[in-house]
Design a protein around this ligand. Structure first.
Ligand SMILES: C=C(O[C@@H]1C=C(C(=O)O)C=C[C@H]1O)C(=O)O
Length: 354
């Protein structure tokens, strides 16, 4: 099915990127207002805050619910910023609209559930609020598109997608794997659909926000939705991944916004692939080391030496031959495996001596 789309028409200083910023959760009126004033002072046009928080496990802070909506309304009134929040049920939609929320987004757990998406779509019928749909937690492009289609079929034409990464058991570098090929394919399939990147949830840590924002710009994303809190370390949820409005402003000031229509960026695209492959390499290395540690544990239990020269030689020979077949120098492959072996032995020594 073709989506029937209209421009989002959101305020922004430039053509790109749209920036939506604000805390993970609306915790207190003071926290909301302080953060909002600071963001507005930095020229931010759209304020986000979670009012209903889907938490993986019970017992955490699940949001203030309706109590927080008047705070959001106050942000809009006092700063002039538009306000955005997450909705997961028809009741959320009704309340958010009642308090004048300008933009709604649908979270990753909700977009993974067609029943929930249909209920949301039905509750949106007859409104013209812009809706942004996060990717489902699992890397399923069809499910993501299906969620967008349901909202669109309910008559919502100002529609966007948010890439927040995909859940995985492995959380070595990212909290949620970016798997860029999925939003890239979404853009290829529906070029007129604006795509936002959520570097906070992909990265899960402050340090990754800037590089991920840049990666999103490099891939031609239309906007960014970034978690920003007046005192990130004291945040009631997602403390590690929030940045202050000051830091956000700095990150945005350094962003290189690239133009999709200029065709001289062949090298940038190639480097993107390199980054992605390097991330995969790091991931694989981390996995290999994990197996080595298991072997270390086995050796401890069976009183075996860490160093197994025959096996080591076998690996050097085999990988060297493989490398040669792929056009890589024997010396290079040997050096790589010597380094890997050294680290593997170091990690096993730690285990065997524990
Ligand atoms: C992992 C092992 O321990 C050591 C590390 C190796 C590796 O990282 O490939 C190979 C041989 C051993 O010296 C093993 O015995 O298999």
């Amino acid at each position: 099915m073709e989506l029937e789309l209209e421009k989002l028409q959101l305020p922004s200083d430039n053509e790109r990127p749209y920036v939506i910023a604000g805390p993970c959760s609306a915790e207190t009126e003071e926290q909301v207002m302080t953060t909002a004033r600071q963001l507005a002072g930095k020229g931010c046009h759209i304020f986000r805050a979670g009012v209903w928080k889907p938490r993986t496990k019970p017992g955490g802070f699940e949001g203030n619910g309706e109590t927080a909506l008047p705070w959001m309304a106050r942000v809009k009134e006092e700063t002039g910023m538009l306000i955005a929040t997450e909705v997961a049920t028809p009741e959320h939609v009704e309340l958010a609209l009642k308090y004048g929320v300008d933009i709604l987004w649908v979270g990753a757990r909700t977009s993974a559930n067609p029943f929930a998406m249909q209920a949301l779509a039905d509750s949106l019928r007859g409104t013209d609020v812009p809706v942004l749909v996060k990717n489902p937690v699992n890397p399923d492009l069809e499910l993501w598109i299906g969620a967008l289609e349901r909202i669109n079929q309910a008559g919502i034409k100002r529609l966007g997608a948010i890439h927040r990464g995909f859940s995985s058991y492995d959380k070595k570098i990212y909290r949620n794997l970016p798997t860029w090929q999925i939003p890239i394919e979404l853009h290829r399939r529906i070029p007129e659909l604006p795509i936002f990147c959520d570097p906070s949830h992909i990265g899960g840590s402050r340090e990754l926000v800037a590089p991920l924002c840049q990666q999103a710009m490099d891939l031609g994303f239309d906007g960014l939705i970034v978690e920003s809190h007046c005192e990130p370390d004291k945040a009631w949820s997602d403390a590690k991944q929030q940045v202050t409005p000051d830091v956000l402003d700095y990150i945005l000031s350094l962003l290189v916004v690239r133009d999709e229509t200029v065709t001289t960026e062949g090298i940038t695209q190639l480097r993107k692939q390199i980054d992605e492959l390097d991330n995969q390499l790091m991931d694989l290395l981390a996995k290999r080391m994990r197996v080595c540690r298991e072997i270390g544990q086995y050796k401890k239990e069976h009183n075996m030496t860490v160093l197994q020269t025959n096996r080591y030689n076998e690996i050097l020979d085999k990988r060297g031959a493989q490398g040669a077949l792929c056009g890589m120098g024997a010396d290079f492959v040997r050096k790589v495996y010597e380094e890997i072996h050294e680290e593997s032995v170091r990690q096993q020594m730690e285990i065997i001596n524990k």
